[in-house]
Design a protein around this ligand. Sequence first.
Ligand code: NAD
Length: 468
Amino acid sequence: MSDRSWQNQSPGDLSISLPRVTPTPVGPALAGAQGAARSWAKTPLPERMALLQAVEADLAAIREELAMGIAVETGKPLTEARGELGAVLGKFALTFRDAGDYIATRTTEGGPYEAQVRHLARGPAVVIGPFNFPLHLANGAIVPHLLAGNPVLFKPSPVGAVVAARYAAVFSQHLPAGVFQLVQGGAEEGMALCQAPCVRNICFTGSVKAGQAIAKALAGDFTKDLALEMGGKNALILLDDGDPAAAARAAADGMCATAGQRCNDTSRAIIHRNHATAFTSALIEELKRYQPGDPCDAATTLGVLATRPAHQRYAAALAADAGDGWLQTGTALDSCGGRRGYYVTPAVRLWNSFDRAMQCPLIAEELFAPLLDVFVVDDEEQMLALHDAAPYGLAASIFTSSRAHFEAFGSDLRVGNLYANLPTTYSPSILPFGGCGLSGNGRPAGRGFIRFTTDEQAVQFGPGLRAC
Ligand code: NAD
């Protein structure tokens, strides 16, 4: 039998090797979840909540260790990784509140009999996570599933396997056997979990390719509920009455967050021609704030790409079609500050004519690196056509000085997250988060995700019941 274990290297310092990771046998994990499902569903909600509060407290106690673990293993700058831990911890209280809003038993008036709407735990849930938020995005599905009474099988990205294991150990320590299990591995383990007959819910966050493979494998199986959170090709749109300096600041922040490796990063800027010069010159100034550096240094603003293939893809994109010229030539560096790693500098490419812009090789494709295509156009019809040329619908931000103008233009954009005068990456946990088109299938994560973790049951009390 071949050895499928692997060992991650720190992408910010390839001389650092992390502990070896071995794939988890899927069968026993599934049996454990199945065995725990009934009693966990019957555990009263306040008890489940108390156990999760204990998990939260222990995660809070190691938040800095986890943040550093993310920085070392995935190359996310430490300051951003600390922000990710803030989101992880904040999710607990938000989910406890969401339980009251979304899954509390409701009495329904007006029918012939006393009636209630109850929410039943669905059963074992699989949570598959991506590398770029190795804890936060999975945690956003794990906590609601557990609170609602579903055992969870968590399959993290192999790229963030070590930090995920540290996070998972805290859950395993506090929860009854089988209620929470870590399944290490790749596509093979992920797919085996999704296809297991006992699994009822699947929350997948990752690429369109993998999401489509899961959806295809489950086609026709209506017993499973599948939530897909996938990629983005997000646009910042500067209308003729918008502020080019503010738009440039947001574009720089939106393209450089996590070195371009966020699903809601800005990869396209669609700019009214009147603002072309002001926007592009301000953008180049703003980008000076983003210098590559050691991800583990809290002063670093631009981290590294997480893997060698991503670094190679970025280098290839920089060597491809130059459009109407590079406003800033990015680089895929072999090292920085004496450390070998997948370092990059941001790139900005210009497209000056609408017809050529529609031919931009990356207009419909997510690169996941800090490359921004700037499209300079003449009117809002062209802006809309360019926006809609990408099959995704995760986030878009409109820069305008008029609320009415925002509403008029924004009403045509089919995206899950719409912003006025903010970066496309601004997504606080108090709101739902999801996308249209290839970005998702209408079960937004973030706030309120708990509503996808139960089945509704209508209960009616006919005549002849004693009170006890
Ligand atoms: P990926 O699709 O390569 O991997 C994601 C997870 O899916 C990993 O755990 C991986 O092991 C697993 N997987 C891969 N193929 C599978 C298969 N056939 N069956 C079952 N599981 C499989 O994605 P990634 O590179 O880790 O993450 C980057 C992608 O995630 C980008 O496209 C990004 O836009 C997207 N993303 C989306 C959101 C969102 O909320 N919409 C958030 C973060 C990242």
